[in-house]
Design a protein around this ligand. Structure first.
Ligand code: SF4
Length: 760
């Protein structure tokens, strides 16, 4: 039995894994990796999932979690390296594959410089792997060209929080805190489908709504499963025109200021920039906001008053403003999240127990994945890569010259656009991403990937991206490895091994160490004295040291402390968890960690930080910043007169590109194919009956799927989930226009032509 967490979303629901009773030996022969005796009992057994009590899920799991173990034994697991020969991916030994990769990277480096190689990471990688990947890119490859799929997920919320609050920890408070609030405003988040166990934390606000003392406020152009939670008096659903969420926020702030509802004492003491923001929203009176967003002025006034009444300044039980991908995946994503933070600051919600602002992280390790150095502009500890002090400190941990650390590099979309171009990278290593399905404007991404001289994909199944690679490396999955993840609340938790990996699948830590060794001994890429451990616990110790003094400080943690305290004191630690006392921290050796418990206690006594900003903001003056933002509208060409907006999202049964969940029979049976939701009025207008096949076209591509008539979408809007490849892959038509601050692409709104698919 291993106590671990679900492999999918950032809720990181607690679960236990144990062999299926009576299934002993069924899959044991699948393991061809020799095992020491101590590990021999751990076999390739089918595993059973049992929900486990954990603060985010309180014993609940969604359908994905319940069935997650099925992916471990999917029949098409990759079990051996593959090299493309004669156009086909054919089995190869690890030495063949790694020698080929190292040789080609060395050749490119000699001929075209270190920038000719790029790395693309993922928000599902453990903290240890994310750290090792960033270190590998910067020290072994010496390339600035590294970014990851979290750029598609969290980057605008992160940029806004860093700018306004001085730190980005998605939820800077424990998730269960939501339960005590009278009002929760959810902007662009469909938690009822994406993370159903989280809905229980909204119950307090829903009950307050039924008592007419608050309520759940959902802002979404679509009547999603979450929006339906506002029925029966439990709250309010605001249904703006796609791409106008910011106008809703500007209108709400206008009402708060115009009606004297702001927390003036809090603003005077803890915030800068208020006067400029107040002037800037003066022009967004509710009737004007209604004209642009379609949200009735009366509703804006009602919600603003509810929020204010629930704020601590007015003696309320608390209020939260939360953002999700629906408002963040926008070419004005950072500005929209900034508008949400401005609203929360004006009401005095942030840094007060029982109230606040937060972003609901999506990917499993979307939080930790952005803290340890796989972002193009960051170093471990959530440090900025262009900060001289940060470069010097991290270089000291890595054993390299600070001047040798390259960067900042290009954010994901710009990096992908540059692949295979005259000055761009000629080789790409992909870890934990399925770009052919998950990137915007994906047909153009496919073209760039095919233009590379070398595409290497590390994955555990033959994803769409792996199938076009030159080399595919089989890797371990969540239940086959040790490590740590960081939940959407910034809680650092342990992932534990329950089974052996099949065949020759290996951890990315091993792959990076082997590549580093080859590239170093080849003498062509100078790795200096840099070392790469394959032991997750050792990598974590180094990560913790590298994070010391940074915003996301893990230096008071070790795997051993997480294990010990989980057993004795509770689940995980909220960063920052600095080593204490504030003196020297060294990487704990076996000696200090195991035979000198007093030393261990001395620097591992910090209790973590469940609630950030309570004593001040980590900005130079300790104050939060209100920043002037204004509505600019979506980047795509929304035709005047009769635009049809496309919005995209998720369904309960599938996760991200579907590479995992399409391999689970129970989930696939429930949602076997992509679909397009459209309003009956639109269906009649464009001649697409319910159940017929619809074609969506943009200048970027074409996608086809079965039509579902529903009044859950506006008559000017269609909705399509993004979990499929091929003709039903909606990212073939989404725009890759990006937010200028964060590099976030505008997945969530573009203009499409809707038409029936012609009969053959
Ligand atoms: Fe929990 Fe998310 Fe896993 Fe569902 S997918 S069980 S909500 S962690």
């Amino acid at each position: 039995m291993a106590d671990t967490h679900c492999p999918y979303c950032a809720l990181q629901c607690g679960m236990s894994l144990a062999p299926v009773p009576g299934a002993g030996g069924v899959a044991a022969a699948a393991s061809s990796v020799s095992m020491p005796d101590a590990a021999a009992a751990r076999r390739r057994l089918p595993l059973a999932v049992t929900p486990r009590e954990f603060p985010t899920n309180r014993g609940g799991l969604c359908q994905k979690g319940w069935t997650s173990a099925a992916v471990l034994t999917t029949p098409d697991r990759l079990t051996t390296p593959l090299i493309r020969r004669g156009g086909e991916l054919t089995p190869a030994s690890w030495d063949e594959a790694l020698d080929l990769i190292a040789g080609k990277l060395g050749e490119l480096r000699d001929e075209h410089g270190p920038g000719s190689v790029a790395v693309f990471g993922g928000g599902g990688l453990t903290n240890e792997k994310a750290y090792a990947l960033g270190k590998f890119a910067r020290t072994v490859l010496r390339t600035p060209n590294i970014d990851y799929n979290g750029r598609f997920c969290m980057s605008s919320a992160a940029a806004a929080a860093n700018r306004s609050l001085g730190a980005d920890r998605g939820l800077p408070f424990p998730l269960p805190d939501l339960g005590g609030a009278d009002v929760v405003v959810l902007l662009g988040s469909n938690v009822a489908e994406t993370m159903p166990p989280a809905v229980q934390h909204l119950q307090g606000a829903r009950e307050a709504g039924q008592r007419d003392e608050g309520g759940l406020v959902v802002v979404d152009p679509r009547s999603s499963a979450t929006a339906k939670l506002t029925d029966d008096g439990a709250g309010v659903h605001l249904q703006p025109v796609p791409g106008t969420d910011m106008v809703v926020l500007l209108g709400l702030l206008h009402v708060v200021l115009a009606e004297g509802l702001a927390d003036r004492a809090y603003l005077a003491e803890r915030v800068t920039g208020f006067d400029d923001v107040a002037r800037s929203v003066a022009a967004w009176w509710p009737e004007r906001a209604e004209i642009v967003s379609g949200v009735p002025a009366g509703e804006l006034r009602r919600v603003a008053r509810k929020l204010a009444a629930a704020s601590p300044a007015r003696g309320g039980r608390g209020a939260y403003v939360l953002t999700g991908r629906g408002v963040e995946q926008s070419s004005q994503g950072t500005a929209t999240v900034t508008a949400a933070i401005n609203l929360a600051l004006a009401l005095g919600l942030v840094g007060r127990e029982g109230s606040g602002y937060g972003a609901i992280t999506g990917q499993g390790n979307g939080q930790g994945g952005r803290e340890h150095g796989q972002k193009s502009d960051q170093l471990p500890g959530y440090r900025k890569i262009d900060d001289p002090a940060a470069r010097e400190y991290v270089a000291g941990v890595w054993g390299v010259d600070p001047g040798s650390i390259p960067g900042p590099g290009k954010p994901a979309v710009q990096l992908l656009r540059s692949l295979g171009t005259a000055d761009g990278p000629r080789a790409l290593l992909v870890h934990g991403s399925n770009l052919l399905v998950s990137a915007p404007n994906s047909d153009s991404v496919a073209e760039r990937l095919r233009a590379l001289e070398l595409l290497v994909v590390c994955d555990f199944v033959p994803s769409e991206t792996a199938r076009i690679a030159d080399v595919v490396l089989p890797v371990t999955q969540w239940a086959e490895e040790e490590g740590t993840m960081t939940s959407l609340e910034g809680r650092v938790i342990r992932r534990r091994r329950a089974a052996d990996a099949p065949g020759e699948a290996r951890s990315e830590l091993w792959i990076l160490a082997e590549l580093a060794r080859r590239l170093g001994t080849a003498g062509e890429l100078e790795p200096g004295s840099v070392t790469f451990s394959t032991d997750p616990s050792e990598v974590f110790d180094e990560l913790a040291l590298a994070s010391k003094g940074g915003i996301a400080d893990y230096s008071g943690l070790t795997h051993a402390r997480l294990d010990k305290d989980e057993a004795e004191n509770g689940p995980g630690y909220f960063w920052p968890v600095p080593a204490t006392p504030a003196g020297e921290h060294v990487i704990p050796s076996d000696e200090t960690a195991t035979t000198n418990p007093d030393d261990m206690v001395a620097w591992q006594s910090h209790p973590g930080t469940p609630r950030m900003f309570v004593g001040g903001f980590p900005t130079p003056d300790g104050r939060a910043r209100m920043v002037v933002v204004d509505h600019a509208g979506p980047a795509d060409d929304l035709r005047p007169g009769a635009p049809v907006y496309l919005v995209t999202g998720r369904v309960l049964q599938h996760y991200q590109s579907g590479a995992q969940t399409h391999r689970v029979a129970e989930l696939e049976r429930l949602v076997p194919e992509p679909y397009v939701e459209l309003h009956p009025v639109l269906g009649v207008r464009v001649g697409v009956p319910d159940g017929a096949r619809a074609r969506l076209t943009t200048s970027r591509g074409v996608v086809e799927a079965r039509a579902r008539w529903t009044d859950a979408v506006r008559p000017d809007t269609v909705f399509m989930p993004f979990h499929w490849s091929g003709t039903g892959s909606v990212n073939r038509v989404t725009t890759d226009a990006t937010d200028p601050v964060s590099g976030m692409p505008e997945f969530k709104v573009c203009a499409v032509d809707v038409a029936p698919v012609p009969e053959p």
